[in-house]
Design a protein around this ligand. Structure first.
Ligand SMILES: [Zn+2]
Length: 234
């Protein structure tokens, strides 16, 4: 094989390794990214916090209603007891009972509203839990599949590395250094295969004299346009 054929074969392996590395990186990103699930859990946490507030409000209204009921009861007992001895104190007590009854009615309205809130939010939480459980199960399944895909990509990468070592064997350090430098400068492609007189990478026509020089494949003849080493496949 000529040095250009050896470099073209090395580049084929290196391009495949680049592709595998990108695929591995992309998979690892997907495996690590649990944003959707974390967002669902954050919404659930906020909903659980408002449920706690609603339950506190419900208990407060229950407590306040109970004490209003006690106030009313106490005055009703007073009405039938010896403390009421004239019309004035009877009417005063009656009016107090009406005031407390009004307050109790308002408190009971608030209590009913709070209970409705608690019921609704409890139901929302249950729905969220089901949604989160389904999303977590689905993601666990996806992650397992991605990890399997990752393992096969890594195995493929190891095979390509072995192949690369074989491709390196015939190359001199100088040829390898030129290839490596060009590959870094030219977006991963140091070698361009000629198709007729067209550079296989930049697609520009190469002059016949350059094609003639590149044909033996033993020297480094760069493309006049992109500077990649021209390779003529025989
Ligand atoms: Zn070119």
């Amino acid at each position: 094989m000529t040095v250009m054929a050896d470099l073209a074969a090395l580049q084929a392996v290196d391009s495949e390794l680049d592709r595998l590395r990108r695929a591995v990186g992309e998979l690892q990103g997907r495996i690590a990214d649990d944003t959707a699930l974390r967002e669902l859990r954050a919404v659930r946490a906020a909903t659980a916090a408002s449920l706690q507030q609603q339950q506190l409000a419900q208990r407060r209204y229950e407590g306040e209603s109970a004490s209003e009921r006690l106030e009313i009861q106490r005055r009703e007992q007073r009405l039938s007891g010896p403390a009421i001895h004239d019309m004035h104190s009877y009417q005063a007590t009656q009016s107090e009972i009406e005031q407390h009854t009004g307050k109790l009615r308002d408190l009971e309205d608030s209590l009913v509203a709070a209970m409705e809130d608690v019921e609704l939010t409890t139901q929302q939480l249950q729905e969220m839990d089901a949604k989160i459980a389904a999303a977590a199960a689905e993601r666990a399944q996806q992650v397992a599949a991605w990890q399997q895909e990752l393992r096969s990509l890594q195995a493929e990468g190891a095979q390509q590395q072995e192949l690369r070592a074989r491709r390196l064997a015939p190359l001199t350090p100088g040829a390898l250094a030129t290839y490596t430098r060009l590959r870094q400068q030219k977006g991963g492609r140091a070698v361009a295969t000629l198709h007729g007189n067209i550079c296989g990478v930049c697609r520009v026509a190469v002059p016949p004299t350059t094609v003639a020089k590149a044909r033996p494949g033993n020297g480094f003849i760069p493309c006049d346009n992109c500077g990649r080493l021209l390779y003529v496949a025989h």
